[in-house]
Design a protein around this ligand. Structure first.
Ligand code: 2RA
Length: 334
């Protein structure tokens, strides 16, 4: 007699991923309710040998009896309907950016800061925000190190797959690849430029400070999750012509020295992190290898490349007390 679970955005790429993970983890649900916009209502979807009819999330009583509502239908839908779900007694886990920076809403990576949900457990709030996918994979590995040696500065480069832009973007990448190989002009409906055989700055709007929204999510969300408004962070988010599985390169400066072996031990013990670092054959995780792996309850498969640059206090080298960067190793993390 587990919880009754509603999936809001059930027909989208992330909604489908929710169902895949619920099934792969044998999540003990009592019932599943598939909710989407009026446009998708009425569609039939099968899940675990049962047929479901997608219901209109705007219909009266859409959330009646729901215990957990998983939202991934864009910030506008979350802002419009999460309160109704909460009013019906549900706990909302929202994958959109709608509530991430709301001080009253915990921003949670289950493997990193589950304690941030304490108020939800105590019944003092009912919305949990899921960070942006590129923030999640970065912090899955950077946070255990941060808690040991305090990150002062983090430089992140992301290589983001089509899946981050949804099912239509994945379809467009496939179509464009066929068109370009056939010598035809690529169909550009989702992105404003050719995506196949190309890379470009993430398609999120550029802000006043010159960063795009995706990059600033990494900055703001990390500071909230680490409760550290001073940590220096810069991110460059790039869209790459890969179907699924984001990849990242993360360069960390620590407050105190951290040797490579200690870092490996910390990461080896970190939940959700696997070290794949086969230098002899120059083999490291690739998007194709991780697709389908259930790493954590997030919407995309993730890979993380973690590039350690250690700062060894230079007191022994120079009276100037300068910091020097020693590139110790490049570690790759799934
Ligand atoms: C993207 N992280 O990849 C964003 C949204 N999923 O476009």
């Amino acid at each position: 007699d587990g919880p009754s679970v509603a999936i809001v955005g059930a027909t989208g790429a992330v909604g489908q991923e929710f169902l895949r993970v619920i099934s792969s983890r044998d999540f003990p649900y009592r019932s599943i309710r598939l909710l989407a916009s009026e446009r998708s209502a009425g569609k039939r979807l099968s899940f675990e040998d049962r047929e479901y009819t997608v219901q209109d999330l705007a219909a009266p009583g859409a959330f009646d009896g729901v215990d957990i509502a998983l939202f991934s239908a864009g910030g506008g839908v979350s802002r419009a309907y999460a309160p109704a779900a909460v009013a019906s007694g549900a706990v909302v886990v929202d994958n959109s950016s709608a509530f991430r920076m709301d001080p009253a809403v915990p921003l949670v990576i289950p493997e990193v800061n589950p304690e941030a949900m304490e108020n939800i457990r105590l019944g003092k709030g009912a919305i949990v925000a899921n960070p942006n996918c590129s923030t999640i994979i970065c912090l899955m590995a950077a946070t255990p190190l941060h808690r040991h040696a305090k990150v002062l500065r983090m430089v992140v480069s992301t290589y983001q797959a089509a899946s981050g832009a949804g099912a239509a973007a994945m379809e467009e990448l496939k179509l464009q690849t066929q068109e370009v190989l056939a010598g035809k002009a690529p169909t550009c409906n989702i992105f404003s430029q050719q995506y196949a055989f190309n890379i470009f700055s993430h398609n999120a709007p550029i802000l006043e400070n010159g960063y795009n929204e995706e990059e600033m999510k990494m900055v703001k969300e990390t500071r909230k999750i680490w409760n550290d408004k001073d940590v220096k962070i810069t991110a460059t988010c790039i869209r790459v012509p890969v179907m699924r599985a984001h990849a990242e390169s993360v360069n960390l400066q620590f407050e105190k020295p951290l040797d490579e072996d200690s870092a490996r031990e910390i990461l080896r013990a970190a939940p959700g992190v696997t070290i794949i670092d086969d230098r002899a054959s120059n083999h490291f995780p690739t998007p194709l290898e991780v697709i389908g792996h259930d790493i954590s309850f997030q919407a995309h498969e993730h890979i993380l490349y973690l590039d350690f640059s250690f700062f060894i206090h230079a007191k022994t080298f120079s009276p100037l007390d300068q910091w020097i960067i020693i590139e110790c190793s490049r570690c790759y993390y799934l």
